[in-house]
Design a protein around this ligand. Structure first.
Ligand SMILES: *Cc1c(COP(=O)(O)O)cnc(C)c1O
Length: 250
């Protein structure tokens, strides 16, 4: 199947899952997770109707933006973010999905204020409680939500999660259900500077389930672009890692 066909199929499945759950399909946006995919693949996905492109690595985002790979399609940052990389993203990407500490909120807000802008962010929740994974622990989420009011350079639009890899199909439903609970409960609490309108969850293997549990953004990579070359992925990580180290000396 071509990228175009994959995008159309994903959009049909999102719409069907939404309607089955009594939701308006227009509430859900399809984000193409474009890591390891070049400008041609990205342009095809955009032409086929993805709503957003999402990048994981700052350096990859910069080099693709330089060749205008995204055209007028909105770009979000979905990967792990270090404070010293914030300057490459703030004011450039529409939404940063992966903010998970007060220190990172502060860095984003300070940069945005310097630019005279307000940066939209999501708070990433480590919903599986996995030791090596990024994201704020569920019990620490209230502290981050309360802190939002202190930072005029950002606006918290909602929550994001990357649940543990599924070993059995359907296993992630409990994580989606829990995220939906957090989303609804915290929306009711009306924290200062927190809108709680976006819930970013669901990837190639489980996005239809995520839509049933209230996702407003699903992030698809392999379902649109096919399997990533893991050898290439590993070696490019190495290269990007070195490039990023170089950035730190800027
Ligand atoms: C790669 C990636 C995705 C997409 O993963 P697939 O399983 O290929 O759909 C979604 N979210 C994040 C944060 C990613 O890094």
């Amino acid at each position: 199947m071509s990228i175009t066909q994959n995008v159309l199929l994903a959009k049909e499945r999102i719409a069907a899952a939404a309607m089955a759950a009594g939701r308006d399909p227009g509430e859900i946006r399809l984000l193409a997770a474009t890591k390891m995919n070049g400008p041609d693949a990205i342009r095809e996905a955009i032409a086929a109707g993805v709503d957003i492109c999402g990048e994981n690595r700052v350096q990859e985002y910069i080099s693709k933006a330089e060749v205008n790979a995204y055209g007028s399609c909105p770009v979000h940052f979905i990967g792990h973010l270090q404070k010293n990389k914030v300057k490459y993203l703030v004011g450039k990407v529409g939404l940063i999905h992966s903010v998970d500490s007060v220190a990172l909120m502060e860095a984003v807000s300070r940069r945005a204020e310097a630019l005279g802008q307000v940066q939209d962010i999501l708070l990433e929740v480590n919903i599986g409680g996995e030791a090596q994974k990024s994201g704020v622990a569920v019990e620490d989420l209230p502290a981050l939500l309360s802190a939002a009011g202190n930072y005029g350079g950002l606006r918290v639009k909602g929550l994001m999660a990357i649940p543990p890899a599924e070993t059995v199909p359907g296993e992630n439903v409990r994580y989606f259900r829990r995220m939906h609970e957090l989303f609804v409960d915290n929306r009711r609490k009306k924290y200062d500077n927190v809108l709680m309108t976006e819930l970013s969850m669901g990837m190639s293997e489980d996005y239809q389930e995520a839509v049933r549990w209230g996702a407003t953004i699903v992030r698809l990579g392999t379902a649109l672009f096919g399997p990533r070359n893991t050898m290439q992925e590993a070696s490019s990580r190495g290269n990007i890692g070195r490039a990023e180290k170089a950035d730190e000396t800027l």
